[in-house]
Ligand binder design. Structure first.
Ligand code: PLP
Length: 410
């Protein structure tokens, strides 16, 4: 079999299961999971109704490129959300052309971003020239597996608090950038919640121009943020501000899973450089992963509606506020910029913290070191845990109280 399969690591939740299997939780306390990043809020009714009323589409094969109406609604949503049509506010670019996003060549529907991040990597990597993929550390584990199965080496850049959890791109050598074929960024980040600024995105675009690598920006948490006046910026937005309507070498990944509480719909999109998407479409045709038509129609309803997204954010904002009120006095914890995660420091080793918390309070959190790798003797997730505030508000509050009791007893 493919020997690169041996490079794949167990998924963080497999490691967690083994860790927690060594202890017995108290029977009198109900289990509360803050470990898995699966959205739990109600799926929007309009989407569920649309799905139900289109089940007759089961009798048709879907096309890989998707319905024109779906690509149109994605292009409209992206253009509005990321100001792709604002002519460019940057004083350095005097171009007055509209940027926008072409639904026919710059948008592709995908079955959630997970499969897209993986398959995109297979399509991008040129195995004939010692390829390198660069990724943040900690990271979404698919980046790693996708790089290895594409035959690439992986360089992990630590995301540290002193740099607002954004990798330090300044200190990467020329030779490394030259070898780089694909750079993953995750903004807002899982698990740190940090958002890459427009100026950093523009710097990365300049580096991509200089060294000719592709930037894959995983933006699947872009619609979960705490301040309504500060929506996270995105890579296409940075391109538009620079007047680059070809989005050269830039591709973004978006999803309805978190934005619209539809992880089971398996619906997202990739958008950006038409030359890349054209070849990626060809790859996907062979890969055989077209989105079912009824899911496409339901996705149109989701991308066209913003009211449920605003409502969803309000629920998260309230949970963040209540949980932080409880935990701040006893834990080194900060509100993240976006995403539904908290990324606190632990007063003891993160694995031990997660295990003892489960043993004493029946609350599950994910050790930070399971989401990152040790490089040069340092694991940037060490002594941190990831808490996903996906459970109902009452459960999140109860979990926070139990965590506080646990920490105060250490
Ligand atoms: C950073 C990140 N990217 C991508 C995904 C995949 O999401 P989906 O395939 O549901 O779009 C996840 C899911 O948890 C994630 O955390």
């Amino acid at each position: 079999m493919n020997p690169d399969l041996n490079k794949l690591q167990p998924y963080p939740f497999e490691k967690l299961k083994a860790l927690l299997g060594q202890v017995t939780p108290p029977k009198n306390l109900a289990h509360i999971a803050l470990s898995i990043g699966e959205p739990k809020h109600t799926s929007p009714k309009i989407v569920v109704d649309t799905l139900n009323s289109n089940l007759d589409k089961l009798s048709n094969y879907p096309s890989t490129i998707g319905l024109p109406e779906l690509r149109e609604s994605i292009a409209n949503w992206s253009t509005k959300r990321f100001n792709l049509d604002t002519n460019n506010s940057s004083p350095t670019n005097l171009s007055s052309k509209k940027i926008g996003l072409c639904p026919d060549s710059q948008v592709l529907p995908v079955n959630g971003t997970r499969e897209a991040l993986f398959s995109f990597t297979q399509a991008i990597i040129d195995r004939t020239s010692s390829p390198l993929v660069i990724s943040p550390n900690p990271f979404y584990q698919i980046y790693e597996g996708a790089a290895y199965l594409a035959g690439a080496e992986l360089l992990l850049l630590p995301c540290l608090e002193e740099n607002n959890f954004i990798p330090d791109y300044e200190n990467i050598s020329e030779a490394t950038w030259q070898a780089c074929q694909l750079l993953f960024i995750c903004t807002p980040s899982n698990p740190t919640g940090s958002v890459t600024s427009l100026s950093s995105l523009k710097t990365l675009i300049a580096l991509s121009d200089k060294y000719n690598f592709v930037i894959a920006s995983d933006e699947c948490y872009s619609e979960i943020y705490c301040n309504e006046a500060q929506a996270p910026v995105g890579l296409l937005q940075a391109c538009a501000e620079l007047g680059r309507n070809d989005y050269k070498n830039c591709v973004v990944f978006h999803s309805l899973s978190k934005r619209s509480n539809l992880p089971g719909l398996r619906s997202g999109f990739v958008a950006g450089d038409a030359k890349i998407l054209n070849k990626y479409l060809q790859y996907r045709t062979y890969h055989g992963c077209a989105m079912p038509i009824q899911h496409q129609v339901a996705s149109i309803a989701a991308w066209n509606d913003e009211a449920h997204v605003i409502e969803n954010r309000k629920i998260y904002q309230k949970k963040f506020q209540k949980v932080l009120e409880i935990l701040e006095p006893s834990l080194d914890i900060k509100q993240t910029q976006a995403s539904f995660y908290l990324w606190p420091k632990t007063p003891i080793c993160d694995e031990l913290f997660a295990q003892k918390l489960f043993e004493q309070q029946h609350v599950t959190v994910l050790p930070g070191s399971y989401l990152s790798r040790t490089v040069d003797d340092t694991n940037p997730g060490e002594n941190r845990v990831r808490m996903a505030l996906v459970a109902p508000e009452a459960d999140c509050i109860e979990a926070a109280k139990r965590i506080r009791t646990f920490v105060e007893g250490l």
